[in-house]
Design a binder for this molecule. Structure first.
Ligand SMILES: C[S@@+](CC[C@H](N)C(=O)[O-])C[C@H]1O[C@@H](n2cnc3c(N)ncnc32)[C@H](O)[C@@H]1O
Length: 415
């Protein structure tokens, strides 16, 4: 069997082709009970795709789903998971069916896939999400933790401080015997939540193949990465235009999909020539809410850091600690004197316990700061160094001392 295979036929027969206990992930995106014939044409208008989503009543729809879920479940490994995609039309039906087939105890998450939409012809709230139910086959399921950047509203400089409970059980900052605030260690971000903002394919997206209800590869990437590893087997019993197979191939997973006559060739074409529309929002999540000036972003480019938004004296918390101490960084703002910038950084880090403070100096002012330097490491920015270089009369004897830190991290052990 090929590594990525679109099978023409009803997924109820999947157990005739696929071994029991062999699948790591089943993602299914069945018809949503829209009571419509879903149809669309490709961009060139040369191909017309459609599928039937008309039902006598909700019991007929529920029967159709449960018959297939019962046949699919034994294909999953004990460590496997199932992700069931639906929307508000039948999410209540799906949840009950999944509870009965997989067991309430194996319910893991109700994922809200949220996307921006602009038009709303109907009276009422704009519909801007779909639901994906995540169940595991057993409690021993495979799960790869995904961490995300902190949101702009998080006080990242505060959450890295170690916490303790006081005598009344209240959460307080932990302190050493001599009263210093303790560092809780580097934070890796926040674990992925169950609300996912992933853009819907826009009408002009290259990835769009003209298949009705086509889902974005980026959504499938996330699901696949969450519960499978390379070479694992992914099954999409309702794969339509083959989105899941395209994502699985990109991520080096094996995949099988069941699809209809009009979509099997389309799926094979997509597998041969995968096109994925990337998302600026997802790639530049951090940049999209970055309030730093252009100059600050350029300076921090290539540095592994967490932006600090809610503390006016600190711009960034570096991901790497020095000697077990957090490193806070401030970039001197335009129009601000080096002294003001330094004072601001010191004031904002006063309660941070043992930490390293770095001020990136961007102005060429030459005020004597010696009495304020205690505990701060000053590094001139490239533009500052260049300015110094250009303004010095004797370039042969360029004074390299300005490139040296005023204090090294080792010096700062006892600021
Ligand atoms: C919501 S669409 C899936 C769209 C798909 N996720 C994509 O990105 O292109 C549902 C698909 O299930 C197919 N389908 C319906 N009943 C099926 C069945 N019993 N076995 C296999 N596919 C089925 C429909 O033809 C349709 O292609």
């Amino acid at each position: 069997m090929g590594l990525h295979r679109a099978i023409l036929g009803d997924c109820i027969d999947a157990d005739k082709t696929i071994d029991l206990n062999s699948v790591d992930l089943i993602y299914l995106d069945p018809p949503f009970f829209t009571q419509k014939i879903q149809q669309q044409k490709n961009r060139e208008g040369t191909k017309h795709f459609s599928f039937h989503d008309l039902w006598a009543n909700d019991s007929e729809y529920a029967d159709y789903l449960v018959q297939r879920l019962l046949r699919l479940k034994p294909l999953l490994k004990d460590t496997g998971s199932i992700f069931f995609h639906c929307d508000k039309t039948a999410s209540h039906i799906a949840r009950l069916l999944l509870d009965s087939v997989f067991g309430e105890e194996n319910f893991c998450s109700e994922i809200i896939w949220y996307f921006k939409r602009w038009s709303n012809s109907k009276k009422g709230l704009l519909s801007a999400h779909q639901t994906i139910f995540f169940y595991s086959k057993s409690r021993d399921f495979k799960f790869n933790k995904i961490m995300q950047e902190y949101s702009a509203s998080t006080n990242v400089d505060q959450i890295m401080q170690k916490r303790a409970r006081d005598s009344k059980g209240k959460s307080v900052y932990a302190r050493s015997e001599d009263g210093k605030i303790l560092n809780g260690g580097a934070k890796k971000g926040v674990p992925l939540s169950d609300v996912w903002e992933i853009p819907f394919l826009n009408p002009k997206a290259k990835e769009r193949v003209g298949y009705p209800t086509q889902k974005p590869v980026l959504l499938l990437n996330r699901i696949i990465e969450l519960v499978t590893d390379e070479d694992d087997l992914v099954l999409d019993p309702f794969c339509g235009s083959g989105t899941t197979l395209v994502a699985a191939k990109q991520l080096k997973r094996r995949a099988i999909g069941y699809t209809s006559e009009d979509a099997v060739n389309l799926t094979n074409e997509r597998l041969a020539n995968p096109v994925v529309t990337t998302s600026t929002l997802m790639e530049n999540g951090r940049e999209s809410y970055n309030q730093h000036s252009k100059e600050a972003r350029e300076i921090l480019n290539g540095i592994d850091y967490t932006p600090v938004h809610r503390n006016s004296g600190i711009d960034a918390l570096l991901k790497h600690e020095i000697d077990g101490r957090p490193v806070f960084l401030r970039i001197q703002k335009q129009g601000e004197t080096t002294l003001d910038s330094l004072v601001s950084l010191k004031r904002s880090t006063k309660t941070k316990g043992e930490c390293i403070r770095i001020l990136i100096k961007t102005s060429a002012d030459s005020v004597d700061l010696s009495e304020y330097l205690e505990g701060v490491y000053i590094i001139p920015s490239t533009s500052c160094l260049l300015h110094d270089f250009l303004s010095t009369g004797d370039r042969q004897k360029q004074d390299t001392s300005s490139q040296k830190p005023s204090k090294t991290p080792a010096d700062l052990k006892s600021p």
